[in-house]
Design a protein around this ligand. Structure first.
Ligand SMILES: NC(=O)c1ccc[n+]([C@@H]2O[C@H](COP(=O)([O-])OP(=O)(O)OC[C@H]3O[C@@H](n4cnc5c(N)ncnc54)[C@H](OP(=O)(O)O)[C@@H]3O)[C@@H](O)[C@H]2O)c1
Length: 267
């Protein structure tokens, strides 16, 4: 290999996926996809804060993850201004910088088209879209403090393949909210790149969680059959993608939406 062909930034392959010494916040980290990501980050040596409404569940998850590494519970209701403001204040009091923000907390509402209520849009859009923007906005000082040109701070929004394909179930507000998450990701990516903060989204396909319990009970065979890989996602699928996006390997991705769905959305 000639001098010109050498990698210019000196990052060895062994460091490409290293997250050691970083700090993260995972919203909705007490169960489901948030917990899958939180566990992966903790195992990778990240100091992870998890947040959700139910204090006992959030505390219990943090306690379990603390046996593996560093995990702290900060309960908050992110659908309210008081909730996200208190969470930001707690983090600011504890950390000088935040390297990774995983905007994962989300909610769903299923009903037939004729009966779909207005309040469903208020509830779902408020948490799935507005809370992502507000929390990101108010955490900008901590994110900016963590980012550098070579290793920017990372905002990772959890969207859904329901945001770019028509879903199996009637979730009008949810699928609209996820399309909004994907586009908000691109808009913020352009806006925040100059501050050394990247913004990307993961669009999960079907994963086994409380949110998908009813859908998988009713449509599991149909979903598995439609998925080119013929299976539901597992925790390492989700953790692996988050670790990639948060690591030096993902430093030049900005404004992307990555489906993690076994190819289901290609149908
Ligand atoms: N599972 C899938 O197959 C799938 C597919 C595509 C996208 N997703 C997305 O992945 C994310 C996580 O979903 P999941 O399947 O893991 O759902 P889940 O099992 O229902 O978990 C949701 C998490 O968010 C928290 N949460 C709910 N409302 C909150 C609020 N107002 N403030 C703060 N935290 C709140 C919940 O804890 P509390 O109830 O204690 O607050 C819980 O920790 C969501 O954005 C979802 O849309 C999931």
């Amino acid at each position: 290999m000639t001098e010109r062909e050498q990698p210019a930034d000196g990052i060895g392959v062994s460091d490409l996926f290293s997250l050691r010494g970083k700090t993260a916040l995972v919203t909705g980290g007490s169960r489901g996809i948030g917990l899958m990501i939180a566990r992966g980050l903790v195992e990778a040596g990240v100091k992870v804060y998890i947040s959700s409404r139910k204090k006992e569940v959030c505390d219990g998850a943090a306690e379990a993850l603390s046996r593996v590494g560093s995990c702290i519970s900060l309960p908050a209701d992110l659908s309210t201004e008081a909730g996200w403001t208190a969470l930001v204040a707690e983090l600011e009091a504890r950390e000088p910088a935040l390297h990774i923000l995983i905007n994962n907390a989300g909610t769903n509402w299923g009903a037939e088209v004729d009966e779909f209520p207005a309040e469903a849009f208020d509830k779902v859009l408020s948490l799935n879209v507005k809370a992502i923007f507000m929390l990101t906005r108010d955490l900008l000082p901590l994110l900016k403090a963590a980012g550098s040109p070579q290793d920017p701070a990372r905002v990772i929004n959890i969207g859904s393949i329901d945001g770019f394909k028509v879903p199996f179930v009637n979730n009008f507000a949810y699928s609209a909210s996820k399309a909004a998450v994907h586009h908000l990701t691109r808009v913020l990516a352009v806006q925040l790149g100059g501050r050394h903060i990247t913004v990307n989204a993961i669009a999960p396909g079907p994963f086994e969680t409380k949110m998908t319990e009813w859908m998988l009970d009713n449509y599991r065979d149909r979903i598995v059959e439609a998925c080119p890989l013929g299976r539901i996602g597992v925790p390492s699928d989700m953790a692996g993608t988050a670790i990639f996006l948060a690591s030096r390997a993902g430093a030049y991705l900005n404004g992307t939406v990555i489906p993690v769905d076994g190819g289901l959305s290609c149908r």
